[in-house]
Design a protein around this ligand. Sequence first.
Ligand code: C2E
Ligand code: MG
Ligand code: MG
Length: 744
Amino acid sequence: MTDEPIADDPHARSSEPSPGTVSVSAVPETDNTWRLRRESLSLIDIVGRFAALPLMTALRRALLLSLPLVMVGAFAHFINVLVSLSLADDLPTQVSEAVRSICSTTIEGTFGLVALVAVLGFPYSFATLTGAKSDRYPVNPASASMVALSCFFILVAPDTIDRWRDALSSTHGLPAALAVAIGSSCLFLFLARRPQFRFRLRGFGADPLVGDLFSILPAAVATIAVFAMIRQAQLELGGPDLTTALSSLISAPFVGAEPSALIVATYSMLSQVIWFLGGHGANMLGPALHQIVTSAGEAAASGGGTPHVVTMNFFSVYSAFGGAGSTLCLIVALLFADREPSIRRLAWLSLLPALVNVNEPLLFGLPVILNPIYVVPFILTPVALSLLGYFATAVGLVPVLEHAVPWTMPPLLNGYLATGSSSGLILQLISLAIGTFFYLPFVRIAARLRLAENAKAMNALLVASESDEAAGGFKLIDLPGTPGRFAGTLASDLSESLRSANQLYLQYQPQVCIEERRVFGVEALLRWEHEVYGSIPPPITVALAEDMGLIDQLGNYVLRLACRQRVAWKGAVPADLIVSVNVSPHQLLNPDFDRVVLEILAEEGLRPGLLELEITESTSLVPAVRALEALLRLRNAGVRIALDDFGMGHTSLHYLRELPLDTLKIDRSLTFTSQGDLNEHVIRSIVSLSRTLGLRAVVEGIEQPEQLPKFIDLGCGRFQGYLFSPPLGSGPCLEYIRANAGAA
Ligand code: C2E
Ligand code: MG
Ligand code: MG
């Protein structure tokens, strides 16, 4: 016998009930941390809405799609750097050459195809995002990709194999690829969703896809023809191909420009804008940098300008910490200010490549690219840091970068080696701190936006989990869009939590009998305190467990904890105090259900008569013979059975007779009654029906004192609700029970 609470609730609420007679407590505040105060989000909302535009989302997804390729490419690049460094000198030449050759082909097959992935990925995502199931003229997203691919090959079509490589790669090809993908899919989808550009061929061919593909032919022909004509015009005018044209256009402002703070800032900013749009800023501005360095040399030779401040490795030493965007600063800011495990994992994972100035995992993974939240620090941090480097060198605080270092040399080390002085390293450390400081507020904004998005998704999940519909047997994880993806994340976290069980615990809500002025039972309610999203509503937890096939495991865990708690309270609470446990319909369908319940009772040493199983009305919608038999066997063994949420509309009176019941729990939705209204009549009927059937009626969800006399008049004597007590941790609940033990 012990008073000690077991499986103690680590998040015990502070709402301590006051001893005395059956006490009335205030309605507890909803403590779901995922509910964000909306009023503070207005500015962020605007940014968020822009980011959520279908065009922006599709662009981000198109770039994100290449993430696996980019990660493999970055890894190959990293190995290549290691093998090229002197530490690999000990390797036999043949081995190092073979490794480098494997790395090169891997880089070509990964980085080298990023533009192609974007050409296919953008139209697919855009068609999906802008389409609806109810579209009168639906477009298969794969056909949008095919049309864009064709337009890309027609318009870009370089004449040599090297130029083809450029056109398909992330380094040179992305701007043109994205331009063609956006242009062609906007045009194609615009046309294909108009009746004038569709053949009416529904039901054509055995496979519906045949009809779909034939029907978009006019739109496809028109779009491809437009791009073919643009190409022809370009050939006749004799201009360069699109990839080259975009590249020269971008580097035009730097031709013959003398190096100055303005030029440094402009170069840095332009390079960042290109990176932000998904292009390879450093590669695309390669000729421009060459121009600046040459002009610096010429200016120095003629005795003007600031000699050699801008060298070929100036930007990679002073602004590209961890890659374009000074992403090492972003990584440090993320590790400092973002609590979300998936983001922290990404930051740690990005750290190693960032140490050799490869930042694609972060750029595409976070993502930074085309993410409006990061546009300001991503562009301004490198600008500020390169200006700091420029002025520090110009006034002689640090030596000029005389020594050549490869761009893959880790930050800090490259500063030291390139300047040949510790002042270079110190300047980089200061820059790192400044850059981190720049990124911090934006990291916090992004985290808050994510929370707001999750809150919306959580609401959608709550609605779905409480509905009776389940597409393909899955209630949550198959939901479309963000809610479905969020459910997937939560589902895998739930499996993890079930294994360690430190985030899952129970609270107990007292049930009181007014006549006896005492607590006669407690309902055990599941709580999941997620480390990031706070408390997850139990209907979501239960629906996720059902989706994942974990409901038996979760149900047994809850049952065991509740039984164990009741045994631990032995002697400290009235001997007949009942503990109620909710049972999901899926648990009832398990052929071993009754056996397992009895086993748990035996193992925990609890008398079956002290356990009540609450089945929901929707359970009784499908009174499978197997479930009925299991319930009968349990009842014969002494376990009590309650019908939960009665009155919500599912249960036929027929089932009331069929089910082996002891208790009817009248749903909260019926508790809002006024004199003579329908609810009052319904409750009166339920109370008299339960008397006739010999059932105990318990009214759920009583919140206001003025509700009570009405129910007592209607013949109800047993209640559960915030008016008496919210669900409590085991310790406070025991205090409440003892304080309200009544005559017994
Ligand atoms: P339920 O079984 O009907 O439990 C009563 C719910 O009403 C609880 O919500 C409780 O906190 C809430 N409640 C109690 N008094 C009041 C009141 O005065 N006002 C209002 N507004 N609400 C009140 P909770 O804990 O969020 O649980 C929701 C549902 O999740 C439960 O409804 C039950 O269907 C399900 N659930 C909870 N724990 C478990 C579990 O361990 N297993 C299963 N299968 N389902 C569970
Ligand atoms: Mg219940
Ligand atoms: Mg209920």
